[in-house]
Design a protein around this ligand. Sequence first.
Ligand SMILES: NC(=O)c1ccc[n+]([C@@H]2O[C@H](COP(=O)([O-])OP(=O)(O)OC[C@H]3O[C@@H](n4cnc5c(N)ncnc54)[C@H](O)[C@@H]3O)[C@@H](O)[C@H]2O)c1
Ligand SMILES: O=C(O)[C@H]1O[C@H](OP(=O)(O)OP(=O)(O)OC[C@H]2O[C@@H](n3ccc(=O)[nH]c3=O)[C@H](O)[C@@H]2O)[C@H](O)[C@@H](O)[C@@H]1O
Length: 341
Amino acid sequence: MTVLVTGAAGFVGTHVSSALKRRGDGVIGLDNFNDYYDPSLKRARQALLERSGVFIVEGDINDVELLRKLFKIVTFTHVMHLAAQAGVRYAMENPSSYVHSNIAGLVNLLEVCKAANPQPAIVWASSSSVYGLNTKVPFSEKDRTDQPASLYAATKKAGEEIAHTYNHIYGLSLTGLRFFTVYGPWGRPDMAYFFFTKDILKGKSISIFESANHGTVARDFTYIDDIVKGCLGALDTAEKSTGTGGKKRGPAQLRVFNLGNTSPVPVSDLVSILERQLKVKAKKNVIKMPRNGDVPFTHANISLAQRELGYKPTTDLQTGLKKFVRWYLSYYSGGKKAAAR
Ligand SMILES: NC(=O)c1ccc[n+]([C@@H]2O[C@H](COP(=O)([O-])OP(=O)(O)OC[C@H]3O[C@@H](n4cnc5c(N)ncnc54)[C@H](O)[C@@H]3O)[C@@H](O)[C@H]2O)c1
Ligand SMILES: O=C(O)[C@H]1O[C@H](OP(=O)(O)OP(=O)(O)OC[C@H]2O[C@@H](n3ccc(=O)[nH]c3=O)[C@H](O)[C@@H]2O)[C@H](O)[C@@H](O)[C@@H]1O
């Protein structure tokens, strides 16, 4: 297959791109290298990918001309769409960035895919956050997703509805993947496991949110290698789109899957694991959960992905964090410069 990976300089995009390349697929990346978090980390991931022969075009998914050109030069059989404004709490600071990338950008990309001949099959990242205030756990794909707790979640839910229309009208093959709190080496500095590590090592205090009403605050933390296997499984089982040049010719595939780990861990346990692995006691502030878009608890039912994608997560939080901590220590203690070369 020949895959356009959007968000290729991002955390998940880097891992998926290099896995595709390793097994012999054609991969071209696209990323706008925005500064939502330290762009030097994105550049270091880019350098890593370039060493394995994956090149990233610098540009925005809202740039229609650029996308059209790319599709003219390369016949993409698949698009792995990971570019987005991620992060739950930042949506309260910069709401328009979510509309720009997660809604306008998605529509732009689908417009170009719809017009392409042949149309590619599209696999894209939705989010566990679409389950919002739903308290029925574990979350299964049939559960309600109409009560988002954050604008981020609302834009991912909107993406799922937009996917429905492009499938219905234009015959695009679309698979949405609801990732559950992904972590691992080359991860995202805005995520709790990452900045907890940084702050614990610096002796800075960390805030642990506790819910007064819902009991434990926990996440179904999912290791990056498991997510990559799920993404590859989705690409491999994606059927062809059925349209050409914007016209639908027959029924096309429309799917959505949970990609989680099925074992929620309280955030306080995540901190205890980090303390043991870093051999440093954290300075902790336990605070009652603020109204910041967070949901108290996530837990994936993955039987559909197991059945249809062969998805089977194998890394527990302890093992995965060990790999993250090893990477973190090497990257930030001199390895950073070497990695960027
Ligand atoms: N990491 C998680 O825990 C998690 C969980 C659920 C869903 N997701 C989703 O998975 C996808 C990948 O997440 P990630 O953790 O790798 O995030 P990330 O921020 O590391 O990667 C996203 C990449 O997309 C790029 N980008 C953003 N807007 C763009 C635009 N308009 N045009 C071109 N490039 C743009 C960014 O520069 C970044 O490199 C996102 O869609 C995210 O919403 C992530
Ligand atoms: O699964 C998902 O769909 C989402 O997973 C993560 O979102 P989140 O689970 O909120 O991840 P973090 O921001 O790393 O938070 C993890 C946990 O730590 C808690 N937390 C966060 C920050 C903090 O200072 N203290 C604290 O206790 C949060 O309440 C949450 O329970 C990603 O950041 C989102 O992009 C993604 O869409």
